[in-house]
Ligand binder design. Sequence first.
Ligand SMILES: Cc1cc2nc3c(=O)[nH]c(=O)nc-3n(C[C@H](O)[C@H](O)[C@H](O)COP(=O)(O)OP(=O)(O)OC[C@H]3O[C@@H](n4cnc5c(N)ncnc54)[C@H](O)[C@@H]3O)c2cc1C
Length: 457
Amino acid sequence: VEAEAAVAAPGSELAALLGDEAVLDGSDPVWSRDATETRGIEGRADAVVFPRSADEVARVLAWCYEHDVPLTPRGGGSGFAGGAVPVEGGVVLALDRLGSVRAFEPLLWRMHVEAGVSTKRVQQLARESGLLFPPDPGAPEQSQIGGNIATNAGGPHAFKYGVTGRWVTGLEAVVPPGEMISVGGPVRKDVAGYDLKSLLIGSEGTLGIVTAAWLRLMPAPEAAYPVVGIYDGTEAGCEAIERVVGSGLVPAALEYLDGGSLAAAGGSFPGGVPTGAGFMVIAEADGSLDEATRQRDELVEVLGEEVLAVVTPEPAELWRWREGVAFAVIAQRGGKSGEDVVVPLDRLAEAIEETVEIGRRHDLVACSWGHAGDGNVHANFVVDPRDEAELDRARAGAEELFAMAIRLGGSISGEHGIGWTKRGWLERQWSPRAVELHRELKRVFDPKGLLNPGKKL
Ligand SMILES: Cc1cc2nc3c(=O)[nH]c(=O)nc-3n(C[C@H](O)[C@H](O)[C@H](O)COP(=O)(O)OP(=O)(O)OC[C@H]3O[C@@H](n4cnc5c(N)ncnc54)[C@H](O)[C@@H]3O)c2cc1C
């Protein structure tokens, strides 16, 4: 209680450390929520701090460690697992002010950025120099590179280019009890020591606070041509997906939307969808002009069997529409409760159909879309966020989705992480010894368990 009073009081010890304007009292609920807000998830921030440097981050963590106060790192708050929600109170550490690009060396295909730089800014800077930072999670204006690293975020183009971690060559992080470490750097290879960099990537702020990262870039492909196949149902659509993979083509993205998602979002699809549409596959050819053109023609052919329509929309228009799918689904009733389970590719059709069935069992409208090539199903229940009974049913449905993913040989999370929403489920997916090692690692990094408590485990 004493520690909380110290945190919350104006002119508190934290304000003395960082200055008054770098500390808020946490009364604005925005700091106690993230993108899971419409699912009713809310914590309690006793204070919010905005450090300006890695050194200030270290001082805040040291203070929390000394006073036994929980600390929750926060990037853009776009996470879908409640990871940035301060479920045990304490300090929310917002990384917004760590926003500088320390170095950008386009000729060496690399960038050194602070954690609070937005994903969009990294992508744009790379683009302006003819380069590509491929990770493309769906809220790039809001999410920060530190949050992308902490969740090891994916996105549509992860199918060909991999998730965020593949593009990180070095990390600077603050670890308990308040010390700075650097692992990796502007190097393309590094096998010295245990792979602490990869351990921090995807650790959801439970092992350390990422303050800066060295990112690898690549020359941007000269051309990108999406090809969209529209089918009457899941079976024909998933067969098309398997045909694409089996053909040896490597599209940059391989996405799907099921019938329910199409019903919500299809109305604004560029050019419209034909009557009877029950499934959509989006593939994108990229490379040099010649390669992309050849691959586009091959994709038209492979996607063209048992199809209602094959179209080749303009890339920017298509991806803008694709980014809006989640919002079109939300617009139906004001909210959605979504999970991001992942299954082996040959079980994708089963997972998509069972998602709808699980919804039906809980009297909920369910639909899914996602990164088909990665077997990543964004399974969603459409909800009215004010309806507590409905939210309860959605929570029960989510438990069944997780059980399904494990039964089909997949995983409870392909991109969003365990956070708070999937707590307790890793224990059902992993063997006891693997879970024990996981717990021991947490203890080694954070013996007091103050860093983002309640998450990941
Ligand atoms: C419309 C929409 C579409 C999305 N699409 C995708 C998608 O395609 N793929 C995908 O993977 N995700 C997607 N997401 C989820 C979300 O954007 C990602 O998880 C993103 O990486 C979160 O970044 P953030 O900065 O908002 O992190 P936050 O939400 O603030 O935090 C997420 C987690 O990371 C921790 N964290 C944040 N910053 C740091 C740091 N510097 N150091 C240590 N820990 C930190 C937090 O404690 C928390 O556990 C989507 C979200 C929205 C709203």
